[in-house]
Design a protein around this ligand. Structure first.
Ligand SMILES: [Zn+2]
Length: 276
């Protein structure tokens, strides 16, 4: 009698354990893929109006960090307030960039244009940990500010470690020469979300996409769209890259405004150093 009672208890515990395992598994997998893939299928939110940034927290209970988080992005980067130079040098030594080429797919996911890498060969190394480049998307105008100034656009290059930690390289974009590295991608931008993802024919040379000067601002923040998950390692290049007015207008004719407002710094350090 007593033995079968113990077996019954053990099997109940096992069932709970299995359920618990899967419950944890799904919730932990959810917030990592990338900012936009997550949200596209999720609860509706927008950049203006009743489901705009001030309301993101209330749109869904999973979006609480958007309102209550204290390490949120984007921020205004003040040049003269960057932190301790020695610390910055230490950080610089821990970081290296392994960029070559990649074929991308391009699609309109409603909140932005998302270009997904078809290879995981490109990466950012932070303290010997590899963060693989998964995709690039765009904001108009920029999300981050430099000395209180916005740029015409901003590109976000997404990287993810095996454990799901995120690192994002941000590139400011300003009006100037036609950007030939992104020319094919721009020709293929789908005007609406009904169109299927297109596979680009030519690889994008990621080294050539970056600006010549590799000064970066590093700080810890969040993804800039719901669910506003924190723990993102941000690297914002100081020198903007260029796009022609035609290219900038092509994007803003589809997304007039898709940038989140500036968030409080809350005492966070911003470091400046050169990316290798
Ligand atoms: Zn973004």
């Amino acid at each position: 009698m007593r033995k079968s009672y113990i077996y019954a208890l053990l099997s109940i515990a096992a069932v709970i354990g299995v359920i618990g395992y899967f419950a944890i598994d799904t919730t932990e997998q959810a917030p990592v893929e990338n900012e936009q893939q997550l949200t596209a299928a999720d609860v509706y939110w927008s950049y203006t109006g009743e489901t705009g940034p001030e309301q993101w927290m209330n749109v869904d209970s999973n979006y609480e960090a958007c309102g209550r988080g204290e390490l949120q992005s984007p921020i205004n980067i003040e040049l003269k307030e960057t932190a301790n130079q020695q610390e910055a040098m230490k950080l610089a030594e821990q970081i290296s960039l392994n960029y070559d080429q990649a074929i991308f797919t391009v699609e309109n996911i409603g909140h932005t244009i998302e270009a997904n890498s078809t290879t995981l060969e490109n990466s950012l190394l932070i303290n010997d940990k590899e963060y693989k480049l998964t995709g690039i998307h765009f904001h108009s105008p920029s999300e981050h500010q430099l000395n209180g100034q916005y740029f015409d656009m901003e590109a976000h290059l997404y990287h993810r470690s095996e454990e799901g930690e995120m690192a994002i390289i941000g590139l400011f974009i300003e009006s100037g020469e036609e950007n030939l590295v992104l020319a094919e991608m721009w020709d293929e931008i789908p005007a609406n979300g009904e169109e299927a993802a297109k596979v680009l024919k030519n690889p994008v040379d990621l080294q050539l996409l970056l600006p010549e000067q590799k000064s970066v601002y590093q700080y810890m923040g969040s993804i800039t769209a719901p669910p506003c998950t924190e723990g993102v390692n941000w690297f914002i290049l100081e020198q903007p890259i260029e796009m022609s007015d035609d290219q900038i207008n092509r994007f803003s004719s589809i997304f007039l405004q898709n940038n989140r407002p500036i968030q409080e710094l809350n005492g966070r350090d911003v470091y400046k150093f050169n990316l290798n």
